[in-house]
Design a protein around this ligand. Structure first.
Ligand code: NAI
Length: 327
């Protein structure tokens, strides 16, 4: 029973995959790159492949199918990078590997605090030995209203964590959760646009919420609103967002994800001319903190996803009930 693992990181995953495969009695083929038409042949002989957030489109899925692949597991919670309809058409099942929400929730709270305290600009000045104060005055979280959009595992944890800061919390989700109601008030989404000083996104990316933050919704927001996105880049219309940063409508932002980050993040592009102008602009603003989709990246995460993704392959190949199968 063989599994081909793509995007296997030599510095923290390789040893874990090797050890885990041995424990589970699986053979593994390890590849450091994302799957593409050049390396798809490495999946030959494997009924399962193990990927991370690279684009898995219809052509690649058909090539996997032709190589005998039946199951794709992604070492992530979100699976919008896999064309699910094409996978279904190819008869390929898809699984994910959820991990605890605390790492992303911690990171979100950090981005909120960094944004309201202008930490990007502070660190920039410190690096230049500029120890002045002008322009660096921050705000205290307890004086602010935070709007949390999406109160699933991560959003609900963010709500609970934020409750300790004494801020007012508004929440929006398609489904309400009792545990959230003890700390936050569920309101219609337009009240979040109108009343929140800080808005943080925690929904998956779906056809319904693509560009949820756009020129129309930004226009309803408070002047100087802070936006934090640790969910998915395409929840925000980058052009409208950049315009709102430039005209001051958006006062600060913390973005762990951006539109069209595929192929950029997790690679060293120091010497490359990048074809993502929006990212270049966002990185240039002193009030925007950009990180490369790494809110999840903790020791706990790595151990969990390596083990669970491999166990899920084993369960699939043994024909047993598989709690990680999503499609
Ligand atoms: P979850 O599935 O537990 O919660 C998602 C919540 O969003 C659910 O309560 C659902 O009802 C709600 N929702 C779905 N569509 C909605 C809509 N149109 N409007 C309002 N609410 C909507 O997912 P979890 O674990 O909380 O993760 C949330 C997202 O965070 C993931 O889908 C993923 O895209 C992103 N993520 C980002 C990471 C990073 O490293 N930056 C790591 C992990 C997840």
């Amino acid at each position: 029973m063989q599994v081909t693992v793509y995007n296997c990181r030599p510095f923290d995953e390789k040893a874990l995959f090797t050890e885990c495969a041995k424990e589970l009695g699986l053979d593994i083929v390890l590849c450091g790159d994302a799957p593409d038409m050049d390396n798809v042949s490495l999946s030959r002989g494997s009924r399962c492949v193990n990927v991370i957030t690279s684009k898995i489109d219809a052509d690649l899925l058909r090539a996997f199918r032709d190589n005998g692949v039946e199951y794709i597991t992604t070492r992530t919670i979100g699976y919008d990078h896999i064309d699910l309809e094409a996978a279904k058409a190819c008869g390929i099942k898809v699984g994910n590997a959820p991990y605890g929400p605390n790492g992303v929730a911690d990171y979100t709270v950090m981005l909120i605090l960094m944004s309201i305290r202008r930490m990007g600009a502070i660190l920039g000045r410190t690096a230049l030995q500029d120890y002045t104060l002008a322009g660096l005055n921050g705000r205290e979280l307890r004086d602010l209203t935070v709007g949390v959009i999406g109160t699933g595992r991560i959003g609900a944890t963010v709500v609970r964590d934020l409750s300790g800061f004494g801020c007012r919390i508004l929440a929006y989700d398609l489904y309400e959760k009792d545990e959230v109601k003890q700390y936050a008030a569920y309101v219609p989404i337009d009240r979040i646009w109108r009343e929140a000083d800080v808005i943080t996104l925690h929904t998956p990316l779906t056809q319904d919420n693509h560009h949820l933050i756009n020129a129309r919704t930004i226009a309803q927001m408070k002047d100087g609103v802070v936006i934090v996105n640790t969910a998915r880049g395409a929840l925000i219309d980058s052009d409208a967002f950049i315009e709102a940063i430039e005209n001051g409508k958006i006062g600060a932002a913390g973005l762990d994800v951006v539109e069209n980050e595929f192929g950029l993040y997790y690679y060293d592009h120091k010497s490359d001319i990048l074809k993502n102008r929006e990212l270049a602009l966002l990185r240039s603003f002193p009030n925007v903190i950009v990180s490369h989709h790494m809110a999840f990246y903790t020791k706990n995460y790595v151990e969990t996803v390596v083990k669970d993704s491999m166990k899920s392959c084993l369960l699939y190949m043994e024909g047993k009930e598989n709690p990680w199968e999503v499609h």
